[in-house]
Design a protein around this ligand. Structure first.
Ligand code: ZN
Length: 156
């Protein structure tokens, strides 16, 4: 029998401590959040995905009255990337979220389904994706690679 341990790591900081590029990633994700279609949950999520070229792809959650037909902001951006930039490289993905009442003070982490999709794009491009989470209380969490959220990804 063998005990195996994996560790995860994050940087926590404030918005002001970010470099200019990371600040731009946060700004773009906040801009994306404005286009969320979330009439049922009122929980709006915005994602900015920055490619190695420096270009951004924006995504926001899109709900539907047939609930399972909706999609998370992260996957809206990631699948747009996959469909339109098959040779592209994702450098950074930034996520910010809150509900209409502004109840969420902590950074909102991507769901398991989105983490799996991020993991697969990391494998495809053979390069880690920097993940930045931003809260409306000005807190930031940065992880270098999806394994910090999902240490045991689904592989077959
Ligand atoms: Zn998700």
């Amino acid at each position: 029998m063998e005990k195996i341990e994996k560790s995860i790591s994050f940087v926590k900081c404030t918005f002001e401590e970010l470099n200019d590029n990371d600040k731009e990633c946060v700004g773009e994700s906040l801009r994306a959040r404005k286009n969320a279609y979330a009439p049922y949950s009122t929980f709006s999520v915005g994602t900015s995905l920055q490619m190695a070229s420096g270009e951004f792809i924006l995504g926001s959650n899109q709900e539907n009255r047939a609930y399972p037909s909706g999609l998370c902001a992260e996957r809206v951006a990631l699948f747009h990337f996959g469909a339109n930039y098959p040779e592209g490289i994702i450098k950074t993905i930034c996520v910010t979220a809150n509900n209409k009442a502004g109840n969420y003070k902590e950074m909102i982490k991507p769901c398991g389904g989105c983490l799996q999709v991020i993991a697969e794009y990391e494998l495809k491009q053979n390069q880690k994706i920097r993940i930045i989470l931003y809260s409306d209380t000005n807190q930031v969490m940065i992880a270098e690679g999806v394994e910090n959220f999902l240490p045991m990804i689904f592989l077959f």
